[in-house]
Design a protein around this ligand. Structure first.
Ligand code: GDD
Ligand code: MN
Length: 384
């Protein structure tokens, strides 16, 4: 037997020098979600360079295919600075999902999430890192509502009130003691996220709250104050849909993940669809149409309405556009027709078994909706 076979990989390991790069892996990964932030990228990297001179850090921009050339700006800098990299996501939207992908792309023991629009104070990063490294906490949140922190400059009055209400709801409903559970600026041990990653919602803005609420063990949390600065370039992407998604997250966490945010949205759209259905029927009947014709038209109208709304809202991270919008409508209609058959089947069966009319009707509606939801999630808006 020759020497290599006898000693296995040991021979190679002894004789070949490791490639020396002169630097170890990053100690800290800063994940920055971006959507049309081109003008802010180089400013942010400059600020990181200045505020973290003693750390081995890297920054990962996770971009949802911005149309303003954000990714070009990232690549420009990355070409001459190994600490900068970017992930370009295609046909996907969602702040939480982008943050999650950035965190999971890291191999550093500690990761931070920070906005890309300069509203978060980068000078907090080294303090946050020190707290984690000393083992005093597992998660450090830069919080806007602590003694010296504040958000007056960065917030409109409406935003400020809405944010306070959301914070209050989260504290009461999810029983968290965190002062600013809505913060988009935090740092934690990567293993905490790894453990709960499959359970996290990829939509909405509330990744921090989701991580804390989903974690099976108690996380030691520390909050430090900072001032939420006004946005200099570009505009906020927080809209009323984001607020609705937040409400969905609260319900879904309160139900122990039994009811997903998506299912709630699907149900909400479906209920609105019933109103559309009845309105169309009501509008058409007086025009001398037979009931069957009016009912068919009403069903198609409701179906198109439901599809359009679900595409725009419920599945906006998988939104179908152009031709795919039309083919999606056909799939949706086909799947929902089966849903009707299943629903009618179940309710007829129950009714003939002497259930009350409304029990039979409700059971049919639930079976039909569940079928529609499950099949459309898996087929019409399946993950690409
Ligand atoms: N990749 C990706 N995908 N990035 C996104 C998306 C998205 O769908 N939506 C927003 N972003 C990026 C923005 O480009 C920015 O860097 C960061 O996420 C925050 O977005 P803003 O639109 O500036 O949010 P904001 O300033 O209104 O909200 C801030 O305050 C909230 C609390 O009220 C953020 O810090 C939120 O995280 C925070 O919850
Ligand atoms: Mn912002």
């Amino acid at each position: 037997m020759n020497k290599v076979a006898q000693q296995g990989g040991g021979v190679l390991a002894d004789n070949v020098l490791p490639i020396m790069t002169g630097r170890g892996g990053a100690e800290l990964t800063i994940v920055v979600p971006t959507l049309n932030e081109r003008a802010n990228i180089s400013l942010l990297v400059d600020r990181l360079r200045q505020s973290l001179p003693l750390l081995e850090w890297e920054v990962v921009f996770v971009d949802d295919d911005s149309k303003d050339g954000t990714m070009l700006a990232v690549r420009d800098i990355a070409a001459s600075d190994h600490r900068v990299r970017g992930i370009r996501r295609i046909a996907r939207r969602g702040l939480a999902g982008a943050c999650l992908e950035g965190i999971l792309s890291s191999s550093a023991p500690i990761v931070a999430v920070m906005d890309g629009d300069l509203q978060h104070d980068e000078t907090c990063l080294s303090t946050m890192f020190a707290v984690l490294q000393r083992g005093e906490a597992d998660l450090v949140i830069a919080s806007r509502y602590q003694d010296n922190g504040g958000a007056d400059g960065g917030f409109t009055k409406l935003r400020s009130n809405a944010s306070r209400l959301a914070t209050h709801l989260a504290r009461v409903l999810l029983r968290t003691q965190i002062d600013d559970p809505m913060s988009g600026f935090f740092m934690l041990r990567r293993e905490i996220v790894e453990a709960v990653a499959p359970r996290l919602s990829r939509q909405g803005f509330k990744i921090l709250l989701d991580i804390v609420a989903s974690s099976p063990t108690t996380i030691r949390i520390r909050e430090i104050p900072y001032v939420f600065a006004p946005r200099l370039h570009g505009q906020s992407k927080l809209d009323s849909l984001v607020a609705l998604e937040y409400a969905g997250l609260l319900v879904s966490k309160m139900s122990g993940d039994l009811i997903s945010t998506r299912f709630l949205a699907f149900g909400l759209v479906g209920s609105a669809g019933v109103v559309v259905h009845l309105s169309v029927l009501h509008a058409l009947l007086p025009h001398g149409l037979s009931f069957a014709v009016a009912q068919t038209a009403a069903m198609f109208a409701a179906m198109a309405f439901n599809y359009t709304l679900n595409n725009a809202f419920t599945y906006r991270d998988q939104r179908r556009r152009g031709w795919r919008f039309l083919t999606g409508l056909l799939m949706f209609a086909a799947l929902c027709s089966f849903g009707v058959v299943a629903g009618v089947g179940v309710s007829t069966l129950l009714y003939s078994g002497h259930s009350r009319w409304w029990v039979a009707g409700l059971a049919g509606a639930i079976v039909g909706s569940a079928w529609n939801y499950i099949t459309n999630s898996a087929i019409t808006w399946r993950r690409q």
